[in-house]
Design a protein around this ligand. Structure first.
Ligand code: IMP
Ligand code: MG
Length: 171
């Protein structure tokens, strides 16, 4: 596997993002909401560096891209989400690709009564975005390749890798 971003670089960058986040929120309590399952490793590492009063929650977003019957349909499940009325949300995902997932989940959280929603992604893929969307925090900008590791999967595999790599067959 070709290593695109080594584990040490990810760790350094995640700690930097956490400092930026703590500085921006300036003591305001925040609810971190991760989009499962890709957010798992990023969320776990990031929150341990964020020096703020903090809660953690999760939602699930499944897209059905590629299925002819349901083009672009996205299902958001929020059974694991507590009452977020009036809370400041930091939404986390592994990667910003077309932007559809994050756009939809942000709208959903605002609908649920969030006071504010900011967005952090580990990766942003170049040249893929289909809807205008600006994340507040970006770990790394990457070329248009299919990547795995550090939470990102191919067929639900490779999420546990400590680095971000390019799949030889899918790259
Ligand atoms: P979007 O709605 O197109 O922005 O899709 C974002 C979702 O697509 C992410 O949460 C990932 O689950 C998935 N995804 C996009 N690109 C990749 C990739 O290169 N590797 C693994 N998953 C990806
Ligand atoms: Mg995902």
């Amino acid at each position: 596997m070709e290593v695109l971003i080594p584990a040490e670089r990810i760790q350094t960058r995640v700690a930097e993002l956490a400092s930026e986040i703590a500085r921006d929120y300036a003591g305001t309590p925040v609810t971190v909401v991760g989009i499962l399952t890709g957010c798992l490793v990023f969320t776990a590492d990031l929150i341990r560096h964020i020096n703020l009063p903090l809660r953690v929650a999760f939602v699930t977003a499944s897209s059905y891209r590629g299925m002819v019957t349901l083009p672009g349909k996205l299902e958001i499940r929020d059974e694991l989400l507590p009452d977020i009325t009036g809370r400041h949300i930091l939404l986390l995902d592994d990667i910003l690709d077309t932007g559809k997932t994050l756009t939809r989940v942000v709208a959903h959280l605002i609908d649920k009564g969030a006071a504010s929603v900011k967005v952090g992604v580990l990766l942003r893929k170049m040249g893929r975005q289909e809807v205008p969307f600006e994340p507040d925090y970006v770990g790394f900008t990457i070329p248009d390749k299919f990547v795995v590791g550090y939470g990102l999967d191919f067929n639900d595999e490779y999420r546990h890798l400590p680095y971000v790599g390019v799949l030889p067959s899918a790259g």
